[in-house]
Design a protein around this ligand. Structure first.
Ligand SMILES: C[S@@+](CC[C@H](N)C(=O)[O-])C[C@H]1O[C@@H](n2cnc3c(N)ncnc32)[C@H](O)[C@@H]1O
Length: 309
């Protein structure tokens, strides 16, 4: 404190002036606080206004009732398009197909019954890549369909590329998803049963029943009667997504070798997915034996792409 303010006479003389200064400072602080508070309130209002339409949009793409959210980042889509180019000979249409595939996924899960299985990158990768690999014919076999929603999307994507596809599905359609080594009481996030009527409802969204034909063979891909029923043609595209155990994938690959058309495309889902190590083990061993008709084209997200000789 200055010596002047320690002097009692000076203190008494200066006291009214000091009180006035103190009041002015208090008033100034009060005014600033009030203005800061009203700026903050306005900002809060603006954030709330911005957030409310986004909340509605987020309901269209969040993870409720499906495998995961459908909100890819720009970097993820970029990576996907580059991976597709790596498998599809540098195609100029990778990004276009990924974009169209993404719209198809949102539309199918909005209107369909059940869900698509897998991450957004993996599902969009499969839908976008297969048409770019120019399959030699429109015969498509899906081993393991769950709700049939992926098959519906693939029909749309192939049709868009000029292919007139027809579809064969093999799945036990036993009420719930069957997977060796997993709990049988697994509750699907959709609450929807795995049944033929559900698959048919979803296939209708892909144009099946109008211009596209489909047949559903209920049973396991290893069953003799199932194999006999669907081994009547050479397939231009085969999606292997049924039994994910090493033995199951091995058996499917051996069968696929016999029914895939020359130049046909085989997609092995969940290759490299840590949740299903048997898938990669089975394909790596199958190819290492050196007797396969299949050549690895590469990997997009968690699917392997092969072409038959
Ligand atoms: C991962 S889901 C298929 C997902 C579907 N492809 C999709 O992309 O949405 C696996 C399906 O294969 C079925 N499955 C299990 N073992 C099978 C087998 N040996 N043959 C055919 N389907 C099988 C399961 O019951 C389930 O419906």
């Amino acid at each position: 404190m200055s010596p002047l303010l320690r002097n009692r006479v000076a203190k008494r003389v200066l006291s009214p002036a000091l009180a006035l200064i103190e009041r002015r400072i208090e008033q100034q602080v009060k005014r600033s606080t009030q203005s800061l508070q009203s700026d903050l309130d306005a900002l809060k209002q603006q954030v709330a206004t911005l957030k409310s339409p986004q909340y509605g949009l987020s309901l269209l793409v969040d993870s409720t009732g499906r495998s995961g959210h459908r909100m890819p980042t720009a970097a993820q889509i970029d990576t996907l398009a580059r991976q597709i180019q790596g498998v599809a000979d540098g195609s100029d249409h990778a990004l276009r197909n990924v974009t169209v595939a993404y719209r198809t996924v949102i539309a199918l899960e909005s209107l369909g019954v059940g869900r698509l299985a897998g991450s957004t990158s993996n599902v969009c990768g499969k839908l976008a890549t297969v048409p770019l690999l120019a399959p030699p014919n429109g015969n498509v076999l899906e081993i393991g369909t769950l709700y049939g929603m992926f098959a519906a999307g693939l029909m749309r994507m192939l049709h868009r590329s000029g292919v007139e596809p027809n579809l064969t599905i093999v799945d036990p359609l036993a009420g719930s998803q069957l997977q060796p080594g997993t709990v049988s009481e697994y509750k699907d996030p959709t609450g929807t049963p795995v049944r033929e009527d559900v698959v048919r409802a979803n296939l209708a969204l892909g144009g099946v029943g109008t211009v596209i034909d489909a047949r559903i063979q209920q049973g396991f891909s290893g069953d003799d009667e199932v194999r006999d029923a669907v081994s009547d043609r050479e397939y231009g595209v085969i999606i292997v997504d049924g039994d994910h155990s090493m033995d199951g994938v091995k058996a499917d690959l051996e069968w696929v070798e016999k029914i895939v058309a020359p130049g046909g495309i085989v997609v092995l889902d969940d290759y490299g997915d840590k949740a299903w190590p048997g898938v990669q083990d089975a394909l790596d061993k199958h190819l290492a034996a050196g007797t396969s008709r299949l050549t690895m084209l590469g990997r997009v997200s968690t699917s392997a792409y092969l072409r038959a000789g």
